[in-house]
Design a protein around this ligand. Sequence first.
Ligand SMILES: *Cc1c(COP(=O)(O)O)cnc(C)c1O
Length: 386
Amino acid sequence: MIGRFKTVAELVGQTAPDMPLHVLRPHRLAAMARSFTAGFPGDVLYAVKCNAHPLVLRALAAEGIRHFDVASPMEIARVQEAVPDGVMYYHHPAKSPSQIQLARRAGIRHYAVDCVEELEKVAEHGGDDVVPMVRLAIPKGTGAVYDLSTKFGAAPESFAAVLRRAEQLGLRPGVTFHVGSQCLDPEAFRLGIRLACESLDLAGVAVSTMDIGGGFPAYYRGTQAPPLATFFAVIDEARRQWAEPRGIRLLCEPGRGLAAEGGSVLTRVILKKPDSIYLNDGIFGGLTEVYWGKDDLSLPYRVLRDDGQLRQGAVRDFTAYGPTCDGNDKLPYALHLPDDVQAGDYVEFNLLGAYGREMAARYNGMQSDQVAVVEADFAGHMTAEA
Ligand SMILES: *Cc1c(COP(=O)(O)O)cnc(C)c1O
């Protein structure tokens, strides 16, 4: 952490950063945490994989989010360090025996499974009070930018078989699913809750907890999704119709929806050519997700001069390259930048509090991991919003 600043202008003025900087806005994380804890009809976990920085974990914990979805020994260690009394759920459906044993020593009881093999592994290594969370696959095409049910999740028949085997083993399972990341349609959650309850009835197995995953959207440029409050309202309707009569309590485990607004990446222009700029961060660094999400995750951005003042002249298209020598290191869309943008300027990309720093590689000796805290909101992006 290089310091705490009132504004990005102050940060630039005082430190003239030459490395890409991950700007954290803990007050935005706190605000998002409050909207989830106040709006979601159940307990809120945080999916650590989208941003495991201690300042993020602590900012969320301070607002009452003390349950964490982890998927590796490293994530377990990070939660233990930042929030020692945090409660963890190991919701990765493929774990080695030693990872389960390590998690058990860390006090973890809940483990995602999506097949009998993983269930038996968790039952063997997870301890007597282990709670397998059986993951249901969600049908394709339910409104998410990223499908998370191709790699993990059991189809309804095997879902039922895993649940029955858990009962045979004397365990009391829960269920979980993930509608896909950046889900734009709240009906996907209603469908998931209904499918999970119907599959439970079919299996003849009763559970007391259902974790409806993450997938809550962040509002990128052009994102067509209703506000979070609508997601919560639809989920609560489905909860009352399907879960409550069966005595099932809901959990959720958002990553993106909680954390995206909590951070930005401050890049610097290294070189300007007539129609292109070369930035000090790119798709192998803090902007990795731009490569995967393309126009579906179109980030707001703004240009600052090296004295920290906004550049606000007439804009035109520039091709934007990242810092490595790899020809693929190019943003998938043109940036609309002021004509007089120049080397030494900064381009700040917002909504990278989730899947920003966490995904950065160190390709070509380029590093994107420095962090600064800024108290002011991101404002003044280049193009008018729809
Ligand atoms: C990635 C992931 C999440 C978080 O998903 P978002 O779309 O960022 O909310 C939650 N749970 C599991 C199991 C995940 O793999």
